[in-house]
Ligand binder design. Structure first.
Ligand SMILES: Nc1ncnc2c1ncn2[C@@H]1O[C@H](COP(=O)(O)OP(=O)(O)OP(=O)(O)O)[C@@H](O)[C@H]1O
Length: 329
């Protein structure tokens, strides 16, 4: 299947990320937020990353955005290890190509500036703005039109607080288009929006994926929207990818006991995993560099001694379906 997809734009290889648990302690104990995580992002294709709070979803995105360096493993962007991207100009080009969309659309906008400013600024920074003011206006209006913020002239004059949450998130997406982003890392982009307007924003991202040929990483607690916006799915549990591959296949035929729990627990797309799994939390371990076994063992009905002793190997179930569980060894 990867043959047809061509080269990935972004590829994470065996990523490990450790964080200090406490900066004061003498021996600096560490927690392992990500363990042996690998993924690929392709042009015009989406990867949804789903899992409970603390499973490592945001850390994965932040490492792609170069906000954190991996403890080990690597991330390649068009075949180049991003750790080698250090020169100012190269970093600028990378940040132009790889953009983040955050949960809080207001947080990324400056309340003292108009929407016009918010769209024109990235165009200026990335040297894509026309020097002719009239043409620059047209560039901004065109971008606002593309994200459905019409009439664009009126929207451009407004300040962020005069827009709804969904409209603000659309402004952020217009900024991604403005700089010609090839990769959009969206970290729960609709979780702070009213349920009624979430679908519109997700639809827009889906359109951008195809029309602008963007690669999309979509982080969510909501497995129902995971399927709506992406072809691929990665299910994470305590820093590990436990099952990944074709989104529809995994949702219709979940194999890992944790994925099965997720799919059965979230029949209603408006409900979050957090709420649904409450009362069924079992034991969520704190993973450290010394931890062994399967992170789900303490909560798994099928766990055996082996599951507590060593991390299960990866089993390929189909061309695009993988699972990390001894049940499939
Ligand atoms: N800068 C940091 N310093 C220390 N620990 C961190 C840091 N960033 C993340 N962590 C820890 O790493 C683990 C994974 O966090 P991460 O934010 O990636 O999870 P998540 O799946 O995105 O959770 P959520 O859904 O709540 O956003 C958590 O235990 C978190 O406390």
């Amino acid at each position: 299947m990867t043959k047809e997809l061509g080269q990935p734009i972004v590829e994470g290889k065996n990523l490990v990320k450790d964080f200090p648990i406490s900066s004061n302690a003498l021996n600096k104990p560490m927690m392992r937020a990500l363990n042996d995580v690998s993924f690929k992002l392709y042009k015009s294709r989406g990867l949804s990353v789903v899992g409970e709070s603390g499973s490592g979803k945001s850390t994965s995105a932040k490492m792609i955005a170069k906000m954190y360096a991996p403890t080990s493993g690597s991330i390649e962007y068009k075949g180049r290890d991003i750790a080698t991207i250090t020169k100012k100009n190269d970093l600028m080009t990378y940040r132009e190509g790889v953009q983040m969309v955050w949960q809080d659309p207001f947080g990324s906008l400056n309340p003292t500036h108009t929407i016009f400013h918010h769209i024109a600024r990235p165009l200026h920074i990335h040297k894509k703005a026309s020097s002719n003011p009239k043409e620059l206006e047209e560039q901004v209006y065109d971008l606002l039109n593309q994200v459905g913020l019409t009439p664009p002239k009126e929207t451009a004059r407004k300040y962020p607080h005069q827009l709804s949450g969904g409209q603000r998130q659309r402004v952020n997406l217009a900024r991604n288009i403005a700089v010609g982003a090839e990769v959009v890392l969206a970290d729960e982009p609709t979780s702070m929006l009213d349920v009624s307007i979430r679908a519109g924003v997700l639809n827009l991202m889906e359109e951008m994926k195809f029309e602008k040929e963007m690669a999309l990483l979509y982080i969510t607690h909501d497995i129902a929207t995971a399927r709506y916006i992406a072809e691929d799915l990665a299910v994470m549990y305590v820093g590990h990818m436990v099952e990944w591959g074709d989104c529809e296949e995994i949702i219709h035929r979940p194999q890992h006991p944790y994925t099965r729990l997720l799919v059965s627990a979230v029949p209603d797309p408006s409900k979050s995993i957090h709420t649904e799994l409450e009362g069924n939390k079992g034991e969520i371990p704190l993973w450290t560099p010394d931890s062994v076994g399967c992170p789900f063992a303490g909560r798994c009905l099928h766990a055996t001694e082996k599951c507590r002793e060593a991390l299960p190997p990866v089993t390929k179930l189909a061309d695009n379906h993988f699972v990390r569980c001894y049940l499939f060894e």
